[in-house]
Design a protein. Sequence first.
Length: 105
Amino acid sequence: MKLTIAFLFSLLLASSTTIAQAAGDPARGSELRDECSDCHGEEGMGDEEYPRLAGLDESYLLEEMKLIKKGERSEKAEMMLWFFEDLEEQDLEDLAAYYASLDGG
């Protein structure tokens, strides 16, 4: 019985953490995407040079953007540092939510 309660509690805790991480506003992210669209396309589908963002997991996108902002991403991501330097955490969350909400094809 105690094991079952502990297991259920850990599931509840894990799901509440996931919900808390998904705090972005896709509509606001859409307003912030102009610079992203220059390379990743209007619908976030990318091309042979730039990766697709549309439809990727929101948590993944947010983590990648945080790494880029810190300068801890690949050399290819250095070109995005100038854009990310002015963005706040909420901006990154909103962009992640926006791109995650798109159909990735």
